[in-house]
Design a protein around this ligand. Structure first.
Ligand code: 5RP
Length: 302
């Protein structure tokens, strides 16, 4: 029976209000399909336009990395504070509870261990499995200038094609191997190639000077990789400078999970990324939160 709920004159059509098209907030991302934009908006907060991703995928080429020996014990408590977890499917299925609310961004390349040539990677994840795991994105190393440069670019472009079929964004990582410089000239080249060939997000290292030129010349959002462990203040300064230099977030690992107080560090990084908190203030916050999350054992007065 047609329209049995109420008479036509009781309905409210708001004919005086034009339906709006709301532009998508992320740089360079306005032309993607709904599912791709929705996945990105689950990671990059629409209010700040930024994201704090926690990278814990290191085991895929270097085994039980310091701080990640027991992800169930040491890392799961951090998960409520992340905008996304950058992680392998092995850890997702074996350790991360399916009740987790954190978006899962899957590592999708692999092959060589630290004992071999790192750029000799292959695609290590089928897009169908990423969908099965309800992933919001996949990530792949791209070794511009490395011995297997073309192969790693091709890994990425095949993932981009698969991702476009299913609405899954691809994070291309400017992987530097052991010997390549991390200056703006190199990183600008690598980020631009990765974006031109279709990655929806680029992950790269911070550089000084001219990180702002790297972000300006990259038409899609850049998230900053953390790199080796630094003192907390230096790591917070690096994150702050990257954000002020145009990064749309961070995907940090060791500078968070190898900190003396990983939750405190993660919460301080969130303030830097989402609220532009200056690094010294963020360090004070870190110290305060550290006492809350990791209180020092009482020392005997004797
Ligand atoms: C390696 C990766 C890792 O996920 C990530 O960069 C490692 O994080 P961090 O350097 O902050 O420990 O993509 O290239």
């Amino acid at each position: 029976m047609p329209d049995a709920d109420s008479p036509l004159e009781a309905k409210q059509y708001h004919q005086d209000i034009l339906q709006k098209n709301t532009p998508f907030f992320l740089k360079g991302s306005g032309a993607y399909d709904w599912g791709m934009q929705n996945r990105l908006a689950r990671v990059f907060r629409p209010d700040s336009g930024r994201a704090v991703m926690l990278a814990i995928d290191h085991g895929y080429f270097q085994g039980p990395t310091t701080g990640l020996e027991r992800i169930d014990v040491d890392v799961l408590p951090l998960v409520p504070y992340v905008d996304a977890l950058f992680v392998t499917r092995g850890i997702v299925r074996s350790v991360v509870p399916a009740m987790t609310q954190a978006p899962i961004w899957l590592r999708a390349s692999g092959g060589p261990s630290i004992l071999k040539e790192l750029s000799d990677e292959e695609i290590a994840l089928d897009m169908e499995d990423a969908l099965r795991l309800n992933a919001v994105g996949v990530g792949v190393q791209v070794f511009i200038g490395g011995p297997f440069e073309t192969k790693t670019v091709h890994n990425m472009t095949r993932l981009v094609d698969a991702g476009l079929r299913h609405g899954v964004p691809v994070l291309g990582v400017t992987a530097v191997g052991r010997e390549l410089a991390r200056d703006a000239r190199y990183l600008g080249l690598a980020c631009r190639i990765i974006a031109e060939l279709g990655a929806q997000v680029v992950k790269t290292y911070y550089c000084d000077p001219d990180f702002d030129k790297v972000t300006a010349a990259c038409p899609v959002p850049i998230v900053m990789a953390g790199g080796t462990k630094l003192p907390e203040l230096a790591a917070l300064e690096m994150a702050y400078n990257a954000i002020q230099g145009g990064a749309a977030g961070v995907d940090m690992g060791r500078n968070i999970f190898q900190s003396d107080s990983p939750i405190a560090m993660l919460r301080a990084v969130r303030k830097v990324v989402h609220e532009n908190m200056p690094p010294r203030e963020a360090l004070e916050l870190y110290e305060t939160l550290r006492r809350e999350h990791d209180p020092q054992p009482l020392v005997s007065a004797r």
